[in-house]
Write a protein that binds this ligand. Structure first.
Ligand SMILES: [Zn+2]
Ligand SMILES: [Zn+2]
Length: 313
């Protein structure tokens, strides 16, 4: 197969786009897709300061790389979750990436925060699933780091496969509130929130993997051992089968939802629940008097105290 753009020998074939690319043209194609997604949704401007949440995986490192390449002012944020060897290896990848390029990287060590909030400890003490504890902690520390560092935008590496699987899950259960909020840009609804964006939302996992490979990005290949709500993987698998039978299905599913379907859910009363209040303990946004994070910290502290003193008589 020949490159669709320059007729050289193609190195990658994208069935969803009915196109083939040589290496330089593929890198150009990928950058253009990101640029277009950013422009179409007004995600950020070159003047703004962008905080990129990096996990050590291919998507977030590819995102950081391409944002810098496109001239955005992007700083990395890594959350050390304390999930054994997986966390150690992913932190090493992120640090090596930043070091090799002379980039600024911020690291939040969950084990050193509050009463000690490493994900496995929080999960064990509160009897939550590791994924639910992790998701909650991530949200809080991403928001906090973005506001503390005076960033304008928080960017995450969610790709088309992630977003299409999430959309499928929301549709299968008709979670209309979630559908109302599933957008690649979320404007801040509280002074302590910054804009949240997903510039890779229309690029597939395969496309970001090819980009990372071609750019020589060394990333952690293993998934988080707690991973990934098995259900999310089932949806991804189902979508991959549809994609194999009919290339372009995932992209059309996501793009047409945003272009036409989403409108039907946005602005519903449930979505118009208004802006969050302010947590009386930490000052971050809260639905109620105290935010979910402070409730979690209080729960961890009280259960640990009880474990030390034994059950009350
Ligand atoms: Zn070419
Ligand atoms: Zn709070």
């Amino acid at each position: 197969m020949k490159c669709t753009r320059c007729r050289a020998k193609a190195e990658v074939h994208l069935r969803a786009h009915n196109a083939g690319f040589c290496r330089p043209c593929y890198l150009g194609f990928f950058r253009r897709q990101v640029e277009r997604a950013i422009a179409a949704e007004c995600m950020c401007t070159p003047e703004e300061r962008v905080l990129v949440a990096v996990s050590g995986g291919k998507d977030s490192l590819a995102l950081w790389d391409v944002l810098l390449d496109l001239g955005y002012r992007a700083t990395g944020l890594y959350l050390a979750q304390g999930i054994g060897g997986y966390s150690t290896r992913s932190q090493e990848k992120v640090e090596a990436f930043a070091r090799a390029r002379g980039l600024t990287l911020r690291i939040v060590e969950l084990g050193m925060e509050g009463p000690g909030l490493a994900v496995p400890d929080v999960a064990a003490v509160t009897r939550r699933s590791a994924c639910s504890a992790c998701g909650m902690l991530k949200r809080h520390f991403f928001d906090e780091a973005a506001i503390a560092g005076e960033f304008d935008v928080l960017a995450t590496g969610h790709n088309l496969d992630d977003e299409a699987a999430r959309l499928l899950g929301n549709v299968l259960r008709w979670q209309v509130d979630h559908l109302a909020r599933q957008r690649p840009v979320l404007p801040p609804t509280h002074p302590k929130f910054v804009r949240k964006v997903k510039p890779l939302h229309l690029l597939s996992e395969y496309e970001t993997a090819v980009y990372a490979f071609m750019r020589g990005i060394d990333y952690v290949v293993e998934e988080c051992p707690n991973a990934a709500g098995a259900t999310q993987l089932v949806y991804k698998d189902a979508l991959n089968r549809l994609e194999a039978a009919s290339p372009g299905t995932k992209l059309a599913f996501m793009r047409e939802f945003l272009r036409t379907g989403q409108r039907a859910f946005a602005g519903r009363p449930a979505e118009a629940q208004g802006a969050p209040q302010t947590c009386t303990r930490c000052g971050m946004p809260a639905w109620g008097e105290v935010c979910a994070f402070c409730k979690l910290v209080a729960e961890v502290e009280s259960k640990r105290a009880r474990a030390v003193t034994g059950p009350a008589a």
